[in-house]
Design a protein around this ligand. Structure first.
Ligand SMILES: CC(C)(COP(=O)(O)OP(=O)(O)OC[C@H]1O[C@@H](n2cnc3c(N)ncnc32)[C@H](O)[C@@H]1OP(=O)(O)O)[C@@H](O)C(=O)NCCC(=O)NCCS
Length: 155
């Protein structure tokens, strides 16, 4: 179940804290989101993000254990969603939906009227999730990237 009104029993959602850093990195590892960088670089990424829009970087906890994350960012124009991850043992009970609903509520409270996000084309589950939540694929936009400073960062 993933209706906004249907709360997954035991899930509490709150902004990330420094004490969560390792749990967040472990979840991202499990979700295959950290293959592009070293462990230290990922920790640095979490720490840097926590200094910006910390209220939009959320974790979901069950029994005091972090089992889900989502990172919202605001560029002054649009809201962007990154790093939605739910631990394997906790999927398909609505947690991803609830974290996203909470982030959408926070975006709306800031006056943000449109959200953008990227999904790897092969991520069939991710695509199905966003479609289920009412997000639509934008057929008229192509996504350009350019690395700086000699970086070979693939994402
Ligand atoms: C994608 C992800 C966040 C979904 O989290 P979740 O908590 O399992 O999602 P929900 O339970 O809220 O799912 C809501 C609905 O989305 C759809 N959905 C979610 N995961 C799906 C999957 N793997 N395949 C097909 N549909 C899926 C279903 O319609 C589901 O409703 P249902 O369970 O009643 O059928 C989770 O699978 C995950 O962490 N994946 C790895 C990381 C990732 O790909 N993140 C997204 C990056 S864009």
């Amino acid at each position: 179940m993933s209706d906004d009104g249907h709360r997954t029993p035991g899930l509490s959602i709150r902004p990330v804290t420094e004490a969560d850093i390792q749990a967040v990195v472990d979840l991202w590892d499990e979700a295959g989101m950290t293959t592009y960088a070293s462990a230290d670089e990922i920790v640095e990424e979490v720490t840097t993000k926590m200094a910006r829009d910390p209220d939009l970087f959320l974790v979901g906890e069950v029994d005091g254990v972090v089992v889900a994350t989502v990172m919202g960012t605001f560029d002054g124009h649009r809201g962007r969603i990154k790093r939605l991850a739910v631990g394997r043992d906790h999927r398909r009970v609505g947690m991803g939906g609830q974290l996203t609903a909470e982030l959408e509520r926070l975006f709306e409270a800031r006056g943000i009227t449109r959200i953008r996000l990227e999904v790897w084309a092969e991520n069939v589950g991710g695509l199905a999730f966003w479609e289920h939540r009412g997000y639509t694929l934008e057929p008229d936009i192509r996504y350009f990237v350019r690395n700086l400073g000699g970086s070979s960062d693939p994402c």
